[in-house]
Write a protein of this length. Sequence first.
Length: 138
Amino acid sequence: MDEKPKSRISLIWPGIVLLQYIMSQVVTFIFSLIFPITDTFITTRPGVFIFILGICFTIGIFLTGWVAIHWRWLKIKPVWILRLVGTLIGAFVPLIMALILYHPIEPGNPFFFISIFAAIIGFYIPGLLPEKESAVLM
């Protein structure tokens, strides 16, 4: 009986992480359909493009994680503010590095994947903090 929940947990985490990755792309796609003028921002306004991309990645990753915790797919502490901040930092730091290192930023830039991966890690880091530090930071 102890083995069944362990196997379920081991299958849920990669599934949620994959769903967070997919949803970050879906939110970006939906945003580009709603606001088609943003296609020109890659070359004309790279700072605005990075901001929009970071917000889209954050929304897709954070909301998917929130749903997973709310529906109890993941049994982790819901420290929402810390998870949101971790996701934002994880999404924006690689994108800002891409803005500095790769000019002009082109579609398919490797920092986009790094940004999504770092944002997912940033979402889960607050659960790894000890109880005392986590309570102080809230």
